[in-house]
Design a protein around this ligand. Sequence first.
Ligand SMILES: [Zn+2]
Length: 316
Amino acid sequence: MNLYIVMYHYTRDLLHSRYPEIRGMDVLTFKEQISFLKENFNVVEMEQVLDALDGKCELKKNSCLLTFDDGYIDNFTYAFPILEENGLQGSFFIPGKTIVEHKLLDVNKIHYILAGTGNISELLNDVYERMDYYRDGYDYPPNDELFKEYAKSNRFDTAEIIFIKRMLQMALPEKVRNRIASDLFEKYVGVSEEKLAYELYMTEEQIKTLKRHGMYIGIHGYDHYWLGNLEKVMMENDVMKALEVMEPYIDKNRWVMNYPYGNYNEDVINLISRNNCSMAITTKVSVADIDKDNRFELPRLDCNDFPPKSNTYMNF
Ligand SMILES: [Zn+2]
């Protein structure tokens, strides 16, 4: 049976926000989209999907599941009331670090750096300069070699932007990535990271409120790493730490994984299945088929694939 799993990130009043260039869904668009989905799809709850996976029930035709990544406060402020008003459930995937440490995740640092610069070639130069500067004492390939390997455009970003993202997300050694991201954050954003972290992520109290109101809470790693790229021990530590931190909000015998950056490998699947994970969602772009797909590799569509943004969902 087909299941349209819809992926959301930022949902906010973009025009009146401090960073209107950040790529998110405006609250009015979100409201329209929810009306559209409610009218044209059968919006299901996570528990129904898990029951269907276990053969305890069947999903209706055109079922759709709403997923929100990264634990943003704007999901709480803007999306949650609209979901409530419509009697719909959202599933929220919170990186453990955001509620424990109040530090910005790399993924967000990079979003804000990109939103803060109007000039990608200047930013690219800055990245190159710093990659050269920090190369002493660390071991990573020459800049042009890395560019060749990682600068691959996708359906939302140019090759240059993907290159910058990959360098700062995973390709460079972690210490180097962090130093460069902090340098650039200071140059292009200029707000303290801690302050922005408090502005950006949900608090534990807010997550509890979501849960009390029937929303579903899932796992999105602890540090928001590319799990499939980590050494096995580090990968295991990250997932287990996430489970520990999120224990108040999840059922440890029946939980759902959302791989950060959609990245995973066999080891990750083995670990989560051994630890009673019931299903996992990726960023592979497609409609899920819960009878045929591997339950630990379910694909999703982006919110931009649905009206009022586009009709791309029809192509799948
Ligand atoms: Zn994420």
